[in-house]
Write a protein that binds this ligand. Structure first.
Ligand SMILES: *[C@@H]1O[C@H](CO)[C@@H](O)[C@H](O)[C@H]1NC(C)=O
Ligand SMILES: *[C@@H]1O[C@H](CO)[C@@H](O)[C@H](O)[C@H]1NC(C)=O
Length: 350
């Protein structure tokens, strides 16, 4: 094991979601996806009050998950996807600490991978900014995930994020932000434009010489493309968590919410004993976008969607809303003020 150094975690509310190295040792910056609300400083350990609050919140989240899963099992269809094999492809298992998780993009996965690279001494990946490769290093086979799922000693967690905010964040970070190279932008921008405008642009119109997207699809065009795609073929950055993580298959023991990411992660560090090996005491919160701003961004972007597109999206993410207890009503009411029938009709698909 490498000597444990202090970990500097930063919530950077700008867009990149890559691990950034700084020149002075040892600070490593883990970027938690943008637009999450300001969060408390990370200290080692949780106070007794915090601990009992986290436990209470977890008990509620797990009870909800269990309730939704038993309803799901009562239905004849809809329980076939994903299979355990597919979930294994999206999972990480850390045997040393008996922790496993389903890797959800746009919901803290880079921060968690950075932390793991650190405690598992993979300074090579930290140096090259490739901590996402931890997922390859830690990916279980189907049979080892089956063992993990049945083990009483494992913490199994999944990260949830409010679906509308996750989707907008995926658009802003993977498509709209051309300041960093993005496979998704390069691959999907032409498909989105083709779908929305029926035009095939030339490469010169589509891309700058450096490969960044020049003709940018709007959020509406992106949303329409996602809403009209076959759900199983969606990119993992915006595919519903329920279609990736096997919420009723893996027997999750902790549901992390992006909105309380750091507290929830501290709980996992504590329960797994990882806390002893990572001194996550220096957290710098760079919260230049507060909660109010985040909500405004959500409302102004989703207000550009016609109700029928929004309805398809709500249907697509309906399980993520239900299984994780996110209720979009108050956002919908702000998008359609005074139009109760529109809001009710949208809510009816969740
Ligand atoms: C799920 O995990 C809990 C806690 O470890 C355990 O009590 C329960 O028996 C497990 N259920 C299944 C179906 O494996
Ligand atoms: C590519 O070029 C465009 C236009 O000059 C610029 O705005 C963008 O930041 C560049 N992207 C990268 C990844 O260098």
């Amino acid at each position: 094991m490498m000597p444990i150094k202090k970990v500097l975690m930063t919530i950077v509310i700008s867009s990149a979601a890559l691990l950034v190295l700084q020149s002075t040792p040892p600070p490593v910056t883990y970027l938690v996806p943008e637009e999450s609300p300001p969060q408390p400083l990370l200290r080692t350990g949780l106070s007794p009050d915090e601990l009992s609050q986290v436990k209470e919140a977890q008990a509620k989240r797990l009870a909800l998950l269990e309730r939704e899963c038993s309803r799901e099992k009562g239905r004849r269809f809809g329980f076939r996807y994903p299979t355990l094999e597919q979930v294994a492809k999206r999972s990480s298992v850390v045997e040393k600490y008996h922790v496993s998780n389903c890797v959800v993009y746009k919901a803290g996965s880079s921060a968690w991978n950075g932390l793991l690279a650190h405690v598992l001494g993979r300074n090579d990946l930290i140096r090259t900014g490739e901590v996402y490769k931890m997922a390859d290093v830690l990916r279980p086979s189907k049979s080892s995930l089956a063992e993990v799922a049945a083990s009483p000693d494992y913490i199994r967690f999944v990260v949830a994020r409010e679906p509308l905010s996750r989707l907008l964040s995926a658009y802003r970070d993977r498509i709209l932000d051309i300041s960093h190279p993005s496979w998704q932008a390069h691959h999907y921008a032409p498909l989105i434009l083709q779908h929305a405008r029926g035009i095939e642009y030339s490469n010169a119109d589509l891309f700058y010489p450096n490969g960044s997207v020049r003709t940018m699809p709007t959020f509406l065009e992106f949303a329409r493309y996602v809403a009209d795609s076959a759900s199983l073929s969606l990119d993992p950055h915006w595919k519903p968590v329920s279609l990736q993580c096997g919420l009723c298959l893996v027997n999750y023991t902790v549901v992390v919410h992006m909105e309380s990411f750091l507290t929830d992660i501290r709980y996992i560090l504590r329960e797994s004993g990882m806390e002893r090996d990572v001194d996550a005491s220096l957290l710098v919160v760079n919260a230049h976008k507060g909660k109010g701003k985040t909500e405004d961004l959500l409302i102004s972007n989703y207000a550009t969607l016609p109700p029928e597109v929004l309805k398809k999206l709500l249907r697509l993410y309906s399980k993520d809303f239900r299984f994780f207890g996110y209720d979009p009503r108050h956002i919908l009411e702000k998008i359609y003020p005074g139009r109760k029938n529109v809001v009710d009709s949208l809510m009816s698909v969740i």
